[in-house]
Design a protein around this ligand. Structure first.
Ligand code: UT7
Length: 319
């Protein structure tokens, strides 16, 4: 038994917010600084009160429509998010309720910016085992709610959004290979260290990052896991039609493509218009490139994630 991608959808909240808009809102930054260091020009920000499941439900409806399925057809719902609506129940259960599905297995995955790649891998394993046949896999984030808007080194980097994929059982792959890794000894270089205890937030509730350490880790991890995933699938890196790495920074994407000897025109780039949307970035980019006709049936696509934990991973599939 294999799994294949049957439908993809995505959703971005509100209007695009430019670097100049952020500067006008009082953040001590410039379009020149943000563009030259990160490639980011715009991001979308959720309204107050707009949650990860609100974004997820829109992306999911689009993915279900693309697959020609109803929510009732799903027997597995996995949401990758680090910005859940509430501590519990899971965002997957809240999404399930909004979609009107009753009875499917539903849970969240917390692997920060690798979350979608983790969730897709887990769904693939469920389907391969024969226990489930139709999975909805979502990356949904409202990172704007965990940003310290007085910390210009982090707040300019992130945006909100959601992307979703319907994965279904198939006679032939579909997903060709997956690889997931983590090394918790790097937990300190990217984290939200606070927690809730005794009715209070204890510790720092905002995202904190050692940007340069993250940059170096990300470039190495993305190159290594791309190599590993291609070897597992028996596909040479030159045989990849499209590379979709986590959209953190254009310089990380360029360095990864360089290490893989892939030209940038084989890399899907959305970081310029979405910023870093954590677990949502890969399915958002995938949806854009499928809808605009760049990625077509029969092509091989390598998805890659890297993020807090540290976690990293890749999924190679044929559309
Ligand atoms: O999913 C993973 C998420 N994380 C990432 O992808 C982050 C990876 N890291 C990076 O992309 C880069 O490290 C950053 C873009 C975050 C920072 O670039 P950098 O070249 O490492 O800059 P820096 O932190 O060394 O800061 C250089 C200067 C500092 O000023 P001084 O001390 O040299 O005077 C900062 O205060 O840039 C200043 N700076 C800013 N200036 C204008 C920091 N943020 C800003 C800003 N606007 N937004």
């Amino acid at each position: 038994m294999f799994s294949r991608l049957a439908g993809i959808g995505s959703f971005l909240p509100g209007p695009a917010v430019s670097n100049d808009d952020l500067a006008r809102r009082g953040i001590e930054t410039s379009d020149e600084w943000v563009t030259s260091r990160t490639g980011i020009k715009f991001r979308h920000l959720a309204e107050n009160g707009e949650t990860a499941s609100d974004l997820a439900v829109e992306a999911s409806r689009r993915a279900l429509a693309a697959a020609g399925l109803d929510a009732g057809d799903l027997d597995l719902i996995i949401v990758a998010t680090s910005t859940p609506d509430v501590i519990f129940p899971s965002t997957a259960c809240l999404l399930q309720s909004k979609l009107g599905n009753h009875g499917a297995t539903a849970f969240d995955i917390q692997a920060v910016c690798s979350g979608f790649v983790y969730a897709l891998t887990v769904a693939d394993k469920f389907i391969q085992s024969g226990s489930h046949r139709r999975a909805l896999v979502v990356g949904a984030e409202v990172f704007s709610k965990i940003l310290d808007w007085s910390d210009r080194a982090t707040c300019v980097l992130f945006g909100d959004g959601a992307g979703a994929v319907v994965l279904e059982a198939a006679e032939k792959p579909g997903i060709l290979a997956t690889a997931l890794h983590a090394d918790g000894s790097y937990h300190g270089i990217l984290s939200v260290p606070g927690s809730v205890c005794g009715g209070k937030v204890t510790g720092d509730p905002f995202l904190r990052m050692d940007g340069q350490s993250v940059f170096k880790f990300a470039v190495r991890a993305l190159a290594e896991v791309a190599d590993e995933c291609c070897r597992l699938a028996g596909v040479p890196q030159s045989g990849i039609d499209w590379l979709i790495p986590h959209q953190a920074n254009i310089r990380i994407l360029e360095a990864t493509a360089r290490k893989m000897k892939l030209p940038m025109d084989k890399v899907v780039v959305t970081v310029d218009r979405h910023g870093n949307t954590s677990a949502a970035s890969v399915p958002l980019a995938l949806d854009e490139a499928v809808r605009d006709g760049r990625i077509v049936a029969g092509q091989k696509v390598l998805l890659e994630g890297v993020g807090g934990g540290f976690t990293w991973g890749a999924v190679l599939f044929e559309l």
